[in-house]
Write a protein that binds this ligand. Structure first.
Ligand SMILES: [Zn+2]
Ligand SMILES: [Zn+2]
Length: 159
């Protein structure tokens, strides 16, 4: 089992839930894909794997896109996965992408030419979060910062 799947199994046990084959497949896929896949990209990979399982177990494939969305939403509510909105890809299309939760909050740089997504940490944001909390008497839970531009390779091609 992958790291993410193991953590999910522990979370599940504490809430009386079960680690189903589908949940495990989705977690393992999310972890192996890396790079902030969309739900559709997760589905494409998981469906192929599920078809293999189905042949082995002599049953019909069980996955459909709504299973993927439901499971991703469940994983998010369990605090194992988060989603971010990134305008990525050559057309700058807006997409919801899934990301395993990391112990330290991270942010994203998106290359608007090739769609590459890079992660970075921004400890400077802690001061903004704390300042806003105090000034507005609210609780800030997280921040999501996305920087857009051209990656090193794309910048060199263009100039
Ligand atoms: Zn990320
Ligand atoms: Zn690029």
């Amino acid at each position: 089992m992958s790291h993410l799947a193991k953590e999910a199994a522990i979370t599940l046990r504490s809430t009386g839930g079960r680690m189903t084959t589908q949940r495990r497949l989705i977690l393992e896929t999310l972890e192996s894909l890396g790079g902030h896949p969309t739900a559709d990209e997760v589905y494409a990979v998981v469906r192929r794997r599920d078809e293999v399982y189905a042949v082995v177990r002599r049953r019909d494939p069980r996955l459909n896109p709504s299973t993927i969305y439901r499971t991703l939403a469940w994983l998010e509510s369990a605090g194992l996965v988060s989603h971010c909105h990134l305008d990525a890809g050559p057309a700058g299309e807006h997409s919801e992408r899934y990301d395993p939760v990391t112990p330290v909050e991270h942010h994203h740089f998106v290359c608007t030419v090739c769609g590459q997504v890079r992660e970075f940490e921004a400890p400077q944001l802690e001061a903004i979060k704390a300042g806003f909390s105090t000034e507005h008497k609210v609780v800030v839970e997280k921040a999501a910062l996305t920087l857009y531009g051209q990656c090193t390779a794309c910048k060199d091609t263009r100039s």
